[in-house]
Design a protein around this ligand. Structure first.
Ligand SMILES: Nc1ncnc2c1ncn2[C@@H]1O[C@H](COP(=O)(O)OP(=O)(O)OP(=O)(O)O)[C@@H](O)[C@H]1O
Ligand SMILES: [Mg+2]
Length: 228
């Protein structure tokens, strides 16, 4: 994986949102956090979802990083000050699967937001509202497609192409890298790990590493290659 040169000690906040349940917010948040730590960025996960899935993951994880805490969205700004003083460089905020005021607080506290969607119409209808929330908070965002079907030969599944086309009309770009549906993502998390750790040379690890580079490029534009 690419090693990033930190551009300073100031903390960046990344929100991961989607009003649709089960779209892959927590899986993505955990993988991005481990990718950031591997790249030398001290990372904190704020779990704002009452389901506390990220926090549960932390309970079965033996490695000391990343740190995870259950946080009320209204407390995020205060938490940022403390994390900045403790020299954290990234806070990833995992959110609840409903587009309530807490998500708006989260988006307002964030430097950048990822809106997660599976390539299905039910997800696409619901994330339009998530995009509206980011717009109303005057935030920056990108869509990331997750749990996408595999490519067949050179061909992407029609549902995936259609999803990307539709998301492109919602006012934020669609990431050129998404996550496909892969057992390595789901199985690793169940053991307090990520695919980066269970299968470091596998396809899932490559996929999340490329996506992480893209996301980190939005957060620290001066410290990653221009073509990411
Ligand atoms: N890329 C993926 N490949 C395979 N399985 C995945 C992937 N992403 C998520 N999953 C699985 O899908 C389910 C939902 O994922 P996850 O909990 O990350 O979604 P979520 O958006 O955080 O859900 P919630 O809205 O309930 O918080 C889990 O069983 C997870 O293991
Ligand atoms: Mg979740």
């Amino acid at each position: 994986m690419q090693t990033f040169r930190p551009s300073g000690s100031s903390l960046k906040t990344l929100a991961v949102i989607s009003s649709k349940g089960g779209s892959g917010k927590t899986t993505l948040s955990l993988h991005l956090a481990v990718a950031a730590e591997a790249a030398g960025r001290r990372t904190f996960i704020a779990d704002t979802d009452p389901q506390k899935s990220a926090w549960e993951w932390r309970q079965v994880r033996s490695s000391p990083a990343p740190e995870v805490a259950v946080v009320q969205p209204a407390m995020l700004n205060r938490l940022k000050d403390g994390l900045e003083r403790a020299r954290f460089q990234l806070m990833i905020v995992d959110t609840a699967p409903f587009a309530g005021p807490g998500v708006l607080d989260t988006v307002r506290a964030a430097d950048f937001t990822i809106i997660v969607a599976r390539p299905s119409m039910l997800d696409l209808w619901s994330v339009e509202y998530s995009a509206e929330q980011v717009r109303s908070a005057r935030g920056r965002a990108m869509f990331v497609l997750t749990q996408a079907p595999p490519r067949r030969g050179d061909k992407e599944a029609p549902a995936l192409l259609k999803a990307a086309e539709r998301l492109n009309t919602y006012g934020f770009p669609v990431a050129s890298i998404g996550l496909r549906s892969r057992v390595a993502f789901s199985q690793s998390v169940g053991n307090g790990l990520t695919a980066l750790e269970t299968e470091p040379s596998g396809t899932a690890a490559r996929e999340i590493s490329r996506l992480a580079e893209l996301v980190f490029g939005r957060l620290w534009p001066d410290s990653v290659p221009r073509n990411s």
